[in-house]
Design a protein around this ligand. Structure first.
Ligand SMILES: *[C@@H]1O[C@H](CO)[C@@H](O)[C@H](O)[C@H]1NC(C)=O
Ligand SMILES: *[C@@H]1O[C@H](CO)[C@@H](O)[C@H](O)[C@H]1NC(C)=O
Length: 304
């Protein structure tokens, strides 16, 4: 890259520079910095009761939900504790205006974070809505390195719909075979299909039938695979910010006995429309409103 472009390039850059200065001075009153320190490591996990090695952030998969207001800066120190693998994290849907080098696409916008090294991602979330993050190195995303990003509108800005509470729902598909074996099969001349996933996970939890676990370690009572429970207050409206990070599966999400009002798709507000269930493909995000209006004396299953 030419660091000293000619007159045309310079002229094109100046308005952007002014814009940044103006927004920095007007936005500095409210804009906050959200700092997180992550350690990315392999751990044995049983998201669907079947134990396998999974990639975790601070011991968890999915990783922590990032919650920030539009205009805020997110700063994440990512330590690669995978020991024998490189690492990069992509912030899906975040436009990285002015910070393309923090997009996390390894081999395109950054060199990978090597084992034992720490890399600091620093970027502005510039548009409210539902987003997600995931590993962008080999098949690490499929091994459990993912999470949700929720960007709230800036203070004083009212959204075109009303709700009482918001909750995160992140959906994934899950294989018991490790990602190395999957990759060897998929990459070999003698192509071997990965097959259907063993489980679908809602907020990192699913239920595999341990009777079919063969010689694998599987405990149906392991708390890691107890279903995610969304406790609601009768009469209140919940905004569910839903993302799908699947490797293969097209999903359909439904809450028994409840309709869902779609109000946001991929970071854009939409004219609200009601659905009984939601088709969601990998990489997509939705906000739906769910009113807790059914008989409170019983439970209702959410299913994918
Ligand atoms: C390719 O895969 C098939 C089916 O699993 C197997 O029967 C065959 O021996 C494999 N061929 C080679 C060259 O590995
Ligand atoms: C689990 O699998 C076993 C063996 O295939 C079967 O008999 C049983 O009905 C299954 N349980 C459930 C809850 O599906």
């Amino acid at each position: 890259m030419d660091l000293w472009p000619g007159g045309v390039g310079l002229a094109a850059k100046l308005p952007l520079l002014f814009f940044l200065i103006i927004s920095a001075t007007t936005g500095s009153v409210r804009a906050k910095i959200h700092y997180q320190k992550w350690e990315v490591a392999y751990q044995f996990k049983s998201p669907d009761c079947f134990q396998k090695l999974a990639i975790t952030i601070n011991g968890r998969t999915p990783g922590p939900t990032i919650i920030a207001e539009q205009g805020d800066t997110v700063v994440i120190d990512v330590k690669n504790a995978l020991l024998t693998e490189n690492l990069a994290i992509h912030w899906h849907g975040i436009r990285q205006i002015g910070t393309p080098w923090f997009d996390g696409t390894e081999g395109v916008t950054q060199c990978p974070v090597v084992p034992r090294d720490t890399f600091t991602y620093r970027f502005v979330v510039d548009r409210s809505g539902t987003y997600m993050y995931h590993a962008h190195y080999e098949m690490q995303r499929s091994a459990g390195l993912y999470g949700l990003i929720r960007v709230l509108p800036p203070a004083g800005v009212v959204e075109p719909f009303i709700y009482d509470y918001d909750r995160s729902i992140i959906l994934n598909d899950w294989w018991h075979q490790n990602t190395y074996e999957q990759a060897v099969g998929l990459n070999s001349k003698n192509f071997t299909w990965v097959g259907e996933p063993q489980s679908l996970l809602i907020n990192g939890r699913g239920k595999f039938n341990c009777s079919n676990a063969g010689s694998g370690v599987c405990h149906p009572t392991n708390p890691e695979c107890s279903p995610y429970v969304l406790t609601v207050i009768p009469g209140k409206t919940y905004r569910l910010q839903i993302a799908s990070i699947t490797s293969l599966s097209a999903l359909n999400f439904e809450v028994e006995g409840h309709n869902l009002m779609v109000v946001e798709v991929d970071g854009h507000y939409v004219k609200p429309f009601m659905v009984k269930n939601l088709n969601i493909y990998s990489g997509e995000t939705y906000s739906v409103l769910l009113k807790a209006e059914q008989d409170p004396s019983r439970n209702y299953w959410a299913a994918v």
